[in-house]
Each structure stands twice: as structure tokens, then as C-alpha cells.
Write a protein that binds this ligand. Structure first.
Ligand code: HEC
Length: 123
């Protein structure tokens, strides 16, 4: 039954494709920023990104407005970092915990802008 096998393989491919698309189109999950703050500390994120996510020599600024990255990019990076960052599997940081951390990073004040700096200088 050659055709039968082929059909099954095709179907399996289409199903996996549909699942991938569905996962990518996933809405930003609801997170608890308060719990995220605790997790950001517990998992050592702050050691490389700073307590307010302003970044340091050890890691880039994260969750800063207006350059905040979307959930898909955020979760992808934490699970499969592109370079130096250690990966965090769902065994270490669950999906809900990651959503909480993401919510917390959205509360960061953001970089000091030129306008802010001018305001400080004018005083
Ligand atoms: C050992 C240092 C280190 C730790 C700990 C760390 N990171 Fe990172 N992170 C990095 C570095 C370096 C990068 C730059 C890209 C890379 O190396 O993958 C990065 C990149 C990122 C990015 C992508 C930023 C962007 O705009 O491209 C996010 C989001 C992020 N980290 C979140 C986290 C979270 C959340 C945690 C804690 C669960 C964490 N990181 C822990 C070093 C770290």
C-alpha cells in the first residue's frame, strides 16, 4: 500500500505544519508580574541582564520600552538562546513561569532617553 503510506506521511506533515503555525500565532499568555519578579531573581536572569533589565556587559537590555520584544521572540530566546545565554528548558522554567517573567519584564522602566536626560540636565 504505497499510496496509503504516502498519504499518511503527507497528513502527518500537514498536521505538524498546522501545529507549528498555531504555536507561532499563539497569543501572549497572561502572566503574573509579581511572581515573575521572584522568578527573575531566582533563575539568575538579573545577574546578566540587571535587576531592571537595563543590560550589562553580560547581557543585553531586555523588556525595555519602546524596544520590548514580542512574546514569541522572548520565549524562543530563553528556550533556545542564539549565543552565550544558557538555555532554560521547561523543566527549569515552566511555560507559566516564563509568562510571569515576561509580564515582569514589561514593567521595566526602559532606557533613559535623550529627552529624559535633557530634563535632568535642565534642573
Ligand atoms: C549567563 C548570563 C545570562 C543569564 C543568566 C540570562 N541571560 Fe538572557 N541573555 C544573555 C546574553 C549574553 C544574551 C544575548 C544573546 C545570547 O547570548 O543568546 C541574552 C539574551 C536574552 C534575550 C533576548 C534579548 C534581545 O532583545 O534579543 C532575552 C529575552 C533574555 N536573554 C531573557 C533572559 C531571561 C528571562 C533569563 C532568566 C530566565 C535570562 N535571560 C538569563 C545572558 C544571560
Amino acid at each position: 500500500m504505497k499510496t496509503g503510506k504516502l498519504k499518511t506521511a503527507k497528513l502527518a506533515f500537514l498536521v505538524s505544519l498546522a501545529l507549528t503555525v498555531a504555536a507561532q500565532a499563539q497569543e501572549t499568555p497572561k502572566g503574573d508580574a509579581k511572581n515573575g519578579e521572584m522568578l527573575f531573581k531566582r533563575n539568575g536572569c538579573y545577574q546578566c541582564h540587571g535587576t531592571q533589565g537595563a543590560g550589562a556587559s553580560t547581557g543585553p537590555a531586555i523588556g525595555q520600552k519602546p524596544t520590548a520584544i514580542p512574546w514569541v521572540v522572548f520565549s524562543n530566546e530563553v528556550r533556545n538562546p542564539v549565543d552565550q545565554m544558557p538555555p532554560y528548558s521547561s523543566k527549569v522554567v515552566s511555560d507559566q513561569e516564563l509568562a510571569d517573567i515576561f509580564a515582569y519584564t514589561l514593567t521595566f522602566p526602559g532606557p533613559v532617553t535623550k529627552a529624559d536626560a535633557k530634563g535632568l540636565l535642565d534642573r
